[in-house]
Design a protein around this ligand. Structure first.
Ligand code: ZN
Length: 479
């Protein structure tokens, strides 16, 4: 229940936020005029990317049983699709495990991928097979949230992938969107859409895709040694530490050499500089041996650390945030938190014990405040997380009352329930009426769990301090 509300709250607030941009890409029948952001790759001014070229992601298995695939195969399809992009650029993907986090929850800064049932999917995204999206703040140009939602096809949609290879192809295209890449006007690209290529085609990146991936996520360039007459070389890894089963890029650079080779089964490599994608199972030192025209040799080394896979659950994690992140003095904000594998948690600045795993509290701080959450697992191992709320001072004239009323879900079957939620601003009193009831409600935002037996319209009457009123309404359809 709390989770439902939290999602609603954040979505409402996100829709009013001025500092977030969301770009949603769907899979078919796209209006291309809305998707021209990277149509000309080199001239684009806004190129939001992931911090440190790193995408940490989670998988939500909730609706996967509706698709034709096994969980492990699906996760591997995601990993393979992501590796296709890592193999050709500097982007790094790190799988963080299973989550029950809402895949599309905006602004929670948890990259989540997974499936939605066909009906839900079509209602939200239209009649497509998959959607990839990323969100960034204009001034930072850093992607802070994103998702990939796939259509589970449980109602028999014939266009969703029905083999793992096709699934990987679809995901490879959607990972492009997650990375901030739009549709391409180059036909020889997996991001081309006039018309879309087959899933099989989309499984293999083309030169155009590689170009944009490297533009956004450059491979860490080696620091070039000062050039001289003797043969010289340099080698490195990106990333330098991986988990077993993950891959990495081994790069090298040389000068005054005519040939080079690398040990550990790599063999002869091109000079002066190139890179190769490798998948070592254990910590390995790579030695590059380079020769000049006279047969003089030089060597350089890079050591990759491979960590054994640690179980994802059992490691305490927490996340705390405020939404909105910037308010004016006198306004409120939702302080929300989420924790996993912890037995207790508390937040400073007078909040105290925080109920786990997740909850929120409506707060009205008068000044800019940093909230720190400390959460402990059963062994007392602590983890901390922080968020800072910015409070701007204003001299505000009286503002008009605003209300918003909705239901989630909006359409139910007889006997089912739904969350009737509301959000208000500048409102001191409010009530909700339907054909059978009239109730005053908690401000500024809350929800009721309702079970109407027939289609019902709910009307909210909200009153501001100066007596001005505002109304809003929503209809719950009972099938
Ligand atoms: Zn697309």
């Amino acid at each position: 229940m709390k989770k439902i509300l939290l999602g609603i709250l954040i979505n409402i607030l996100l829709s009013q936020s001025v500092y977030s941009n969301e770009k949603t890409e769907d899979y078919e029948f796209i209006d291309l005029s809305r998707h021209s952001r990277f149509k000309t790759f080199s001239n684009d001014k806004v190129k939001p990317t992931f911090n440190n070229n790193t995408v940490e992601w989670y998988y939500n298995p909730k609706s996967q049983h509706l698709s034709a695939f096994q969980q492990e195969d699906i996760i591997n399809a995601f990993k393979n699709a992501m590796q296709s992009w890592s193999k050709v650029s500097g982007v790094i993907f790190s799988y963080k495990g299973i989550t029950n986090n809402n895949i599309k929850a905006g602004n929670d800064e948890i990259i989540t991928v997974g499936f939605w049932p066909e009906n839900t999917y079509n209602k939200d995204f239209g009649n497509f097979s998959g959607t990839g999206a990323s969100m960034w703040r204009t001034e930072e140009k850093k992607i802070f949230d994103g998702y990939i939602v796939l259509n589970a096809g449980d109602n028999g949609d014939p266009s969703v992938p029905n083999t793992l290879n096709d699934l990987e192809g679809l995901i490879t295209h959607e990972v492009g969107h997650l990375l901030g890449i739009g549709h391409s006007d180059v036909e020889e690209s997996i991001m081309y859409t006039k018309p879309y290529h087959s899933y099989d085609f989309q499984r293999t990146l083309r030169q155009d895709d590689i170009n944009i991936a490297r533009l956004l996520y450059p491979i860490n360039e080696p620091v070039k040694p000062i050039s001289g007459n003797p043969p010289i070389c340099d080698a490195g890894l990106n990333p330098q530490t991986i988990k077993a089963g993950e891959g990495t890029t081994l790069w090298w650079w040389s000068d005054n050499v005519v040939s080079a080779s690398i040990n550990n089964g790599i063999g002869n490599v091109s000079v002066p500089s190139d890179f190769v994608w490798i998948l070592p199972k254990e910590t390995t030192t790579y030695t590059v041996t380079a020769k000049d025209a006279n047969g003089a040799t030089t060597t350089c080394q890079a050591t990759l650390t491979v960590e054994s896979e640690t179980p994802v659950s059992g490691f305490p994690i927490c996340e705390v945030g405020v939404d909105p992140q910037v308010i004016s003095a006198g306004e409120g904000t939702a302080l929300w938190w989420w924790a996993d594998s912890v037995v207790s948690a508390s937040i400073n600045n007078g909040i105290g014990n925080a109920s786990i795993p997740s909850d929120y509290k409506w707060i009205y701080p008068k000044e800019t405040t940093t909230f720190t959450m400390i959460a402990k697992d059963s062994n007392g191992v602590p983890t901390t997380c922080q968020t800072t709320l910015t409070v701007e001072s204003v001299n505000s004239a009286s503002e008009p009352p605003i209300c918003e009323l909705g239901a989630d879900p909006q359409v139910i079957s007889a006997g089912e329930g739904t969350a009737l939620w509301w959000w208000t601003d500048n409102v001191t009193a409010a009530s909700i009426s339907s054909t059978s009831k009239n109730s005053t409600v908690t401000l500024p935002s809350d929800y009721f769990w309702i079970k109407p037996s027939q289609t019902e319209t709910y009307i909210m009457n909200a009153v501001a301090e100066d007596g001005t009123t505002s109304t809003c309404q929503t209809t719950v359809t009972v099938k």
